[in-house]
Design a protein around this ligand. Structure first.
Ligand SMILES: NC(=O)c1ccc[n+]([C@@H]2O[C@H](COP(=O)([O-])OP(=O)(O)OC[C@H]3O[C@@H](n4cnc5c(N)ncnc54)[C@H](O)[C@@H]3O)[C@@H](O)[C@H]2O)c1
Length: 329
């Protein structure tokens, strides 16, 4: 039987990953470590499985007598407005969090980390293969997140080189779907939230900056196969995302089309907003064959909109309208 730790389990992706882990019968305990900075208790409320234990603590401070067979480190905000608000805390979650969690891994255990396409910065190469070293401004407004992830990757790859630590490092591209906070601040959820509240959708600049939008179930399928699926022996980094590149303004138009009467308003561009982002999935197709994103953006946005509509009565009413104005990706 296996004992598993998931840091960031109450977050958007973490909660979906916990659902998948609970399908594994050889796991007898999942410790969900989360300080509810950007995550919510509601994301785990649907789980009644006694194997799940939720601990409300920052990952850097988590103390535990016993060690874990598998550790999944997702504890970090992913949304620019959130990580920019508290950059030191963001660096700490990624870097100190990784160092702390490494001490909790049983010998021979596996450490899985969700890194990001932001390690490529504002890329000069597109699509971005894992070999691309990136174009990150280490003093810029996004640096806490980008460099926090880069440093955590360095810690893990060095640990693998030094002691043979079994690691899996995934680089996720933009993910969207149910269980995103209404005030998360990223494009799809903000566009939907604004539209549902009868507010205009705010697009930074001309909106021609592109992203690859991965629906959460597709991305978690990829994580499942890479992190604990059939043995492939590859430690990472591995791009996991949707390689259909779509501009921000096209997503805004699509959401506006689903909620009649919604207007789109353009405001000044935000500094250092990457112009494009698209994964090169050549390696992913080799390492986790059979995996591919199945949900087209149009369907994923509709599913997400349905979920937000359902939540609207409970969750959205507690969010101030000021926090729902602009989106960042
Ligand atoms: N969502 C995306 O598009 C995306 C893209 C690339 C990478 N990622 C990575 O995936 C992971 C999950 O992202 P997400 O979208 O679910 O974000 P999220 O903000 O919804 O979830 C992060 C979770 O970590 C928790 N957390 C943050 N700092 C913590 C700390 N110090 N101690 C304990 N808990 C802490 C938050 O409360 C939250 O529950 C992150 O590591 C993120 O960098 C996400």
């Amino acid at each position: 039987m296996k004992s598993v730790l998931v840091a960031g389990a109450a977050g958007f992706i973490g909660s979906h990953l916990v659902d998948r882990l609970l399908l594994r019968q050889e796991i007898n305990r999942i410790v969900a470590v989360d300080n509810f900075w950007t995550g919510t208790r509601a994301n785990l409320d649907h789980i009644a499985d006694p194997r799940l234990v939720v601990v409300d603590v920052a990952v850097e401070d988590f103390q535990q007598g016993s060690l874990f067979d598998e550790i999944y480190h997702l504890a970090s905000p992913a949304s620019p407005p959130w990580y920019m608000q508290d950059p030191v805390r963001t660096i700490s979650a990624n870097v100190i969090g990784t160092m702390r969690l490494l001490t909790l891994l049983r010998a021979g255990g596996r450490f899985c980390f969700t890194s990001t396409s932001e390690v490529y910065g504002d890329p000069l190469v597109t699509p971005q293969p894992e070999t691309y070293r990136g174009s990150v401004d280490c003093t810029g407004p996004r640096s806490s997140y980008d460099e926090g992830k880069r440093c955590a990757e360095a810690l893990l790859f060095e640990s693998n080189r030094l002691s043979g630590l079994d690691i899996r490092v995934a680089r996720l591209f933009n993910v969207y779907g149910p269980r995103t906070r209404p005030d998360d601040g990223r494009a799809v959820s903000n566009f939907i939230t604004n539209a549902l509240f009868g507010k205009p959708i705010i697009v930074f600049g001309d909106g021609l900056q592109s992203r690859s939008w991965g629906y959460v179930s597709d991305i978690v399928d990829g994580l499942e196969q890479f992190f604990w699926g059939e043995e492939h022996g590859y430690i990472g980094p591995l791009n996991i995302g949707n390689d259909r590149e779509i501009s921000v303004v096209d997503v805004a138009r699509y959401v506006a089309g689903l909620v009649p009467g919604t207007k789109i308003v353009h405001v000044d561009p935000i500094p250092q907003d990457p112009t494009n982002r698209c994964p090169d999935l050549t390696l992913a197709r080799r390492i986790i064959p059979g995996w591919a994103c199945q949900i087209p953006l149009e369907e994923g946005v509709r599913l997400t909109l349905d979920w937000f509509r359902h939540q609207q009565q409970n969750d959205l009413s507690s969010v101030s309208s000021d926090s729902m104005v602009a989106a960042s990706v």
